[in-house]
Write a protein that binds this ligand. Structure first.
Ligand SMILES: *[C@@H]1O[C@H](CO)[C@@H](O)[C@H](O)[C@H]1NC(C)=O
Ligand SMILES: *[C@@H]1O[C@H](CO)[C@@H](O)[C@H](O)[C@H]1NC(C)=O
Ligand SMILES: *[C@@H]1O[C@H](CO)[C@@H](O)[C@H](O)[C@H]1NC(C)=O
Ligand SMILES: *[C@@H]1O[C@H](CO)[C@@H](O)[C@H](O)[C@H]1NC(C)=O
Length: 274
């Protein structure tokens, strides 16, 4: 015979046992969940294809065909130069590695730089994208816009493999740098086609503090008068190895230098004498 008290006791015991079972069951699920999460995390951080030291991932010359997705997600430097990456999906870099400050993808096989390719890289300070066979029509004029903390953009050897004039989309992309933190533009050897350095491109820098404009080994034959009024903070202008001729730009130069009160260095060697 059970009295109420005993029944209550047994019910309590059963309830407790059930609870323990549920708890153990729940825990085991939680543990297994945690274990897979941990494994995923480990896989995520295993840096199988590159060399990761601290917050630097060195992925240079690894014959990579796509962006490695298993690097530590807090890396600040990612060097992908000299690989065979053909495509960067929209926003992937920013989703995987949003702490990046330095990204170098020079020397790959990327043909398209769409509007959203650098989305989410709001900490990026240095971007290197040279020596990629991009198609001018696939280089978006707002490609740099997501880079809210950008300081330096380095483009070398663009257009070598292209019959088009790859200069135009690269200059059009200054539009995405309006009101930005950009300090240095380095565009070297980006075209074979002679051109005038037009002020319509430079106007996008009027609210910026651009200090360095480095455009060596191009085919600039002249500056459009007034091009520098949008860059009053310029300290270094490098137009060496271009086609600038002696006579006409001398007058311009006087005017331009007068306008550029911070100018310290102007490199013009290796131009044709006029
Ligand atoms: C716990 O895991 C089992 C077997 O793996 C599964 O059937 C059950 O739905 C899981 N329970 C919870 C709460 O996830
Ligand atoms: C580029 O990478 C290849 C291997 O993928 C290597 O043989 C070559 O030396 C590298 N070039 C440079 C300039 O590092
Ligand atoms: C990336 O690596 C290449 C090859 O070692 C080097 O030349 C380049 O300067 C590196 N990029 C950056 C931003 O350090
Ligand atoms: C840049 O700043 C100016 C002045 O504050 C503003 O009128 C303009 O709309 C801004 N442009 C962009 C693209 O943010």
């Amino acid at each position: 015979m059970f009295n109420i008290g005993t029944m209550f006791f047994y019910q309590l015991l059963v309830a407790l046992l059930l609870n323990v079972c549920v708890t153990v069951h729940g825990n085991s699920n939680a543990t297994s969940l945690k274990r897979t999460e941990l494994e995923e995390m480990k896989n995520k951080n295993n840096c199988k294809l590159c060399t990761c030291v601290g917050l630097i991932a060195d992925c240079t010359s690894r014959n990579l065909k796509s962006l490695p997705q298993d690097l530590p997600q807090d890396i600040t430097t990612l060097n992908l130069t000299n690989n065979s990456i053909t495509h960067l999906p929209d926003g992937l870099l920013g989703q995987l590695y949003q702490s990046l400050k330095v990204l170098d993808i020079d020397g790959n096989k990327i043909t398209a730089f769409g509007q959203y390719v650098f989305d989410g890289l709001q900490n990026l300070e240095f971007l290197g994208i040279g020596a990629n066979p991009f198609k001018p029509e696939l280089f978006h004029h707002l490609v740099y816009k997501p880079l809210k903390n950008i300081r330096t953009i380095f483009v070398s050897r663009f257009g070598d493999e292209s019959k088009h004039d790859s200069r135009i989309p690269l200059f059009n992309a200054f539009e995405g740098l309006q009101n930005s933190t950009i300090e240095a533009i380095i565009y070297e050897h980006i075209t074979f086609v002679p051109f005038l350095l037009e002020k319509k491109y430079m106007q996008f820098f009027q609210n910026c503090h651009l200090k360095k404009l480095v455009l060596p080994e191009n085919k600039i034959y002249a500056f459009e008068p007034g091009f520098s009024k949008f860059m009053p903070h310029l300290e270094i202008v490098d137009v060496s190895r271009n086609l600038i001729q002696g006579t006409m730009p001398v007058n311009n130069k006087v005017l331009e230098i007068y306008l550029m009160q911070f100018l310290k260095v102007i490199k013009i060697e290796g131009n044709t004498q006029g």
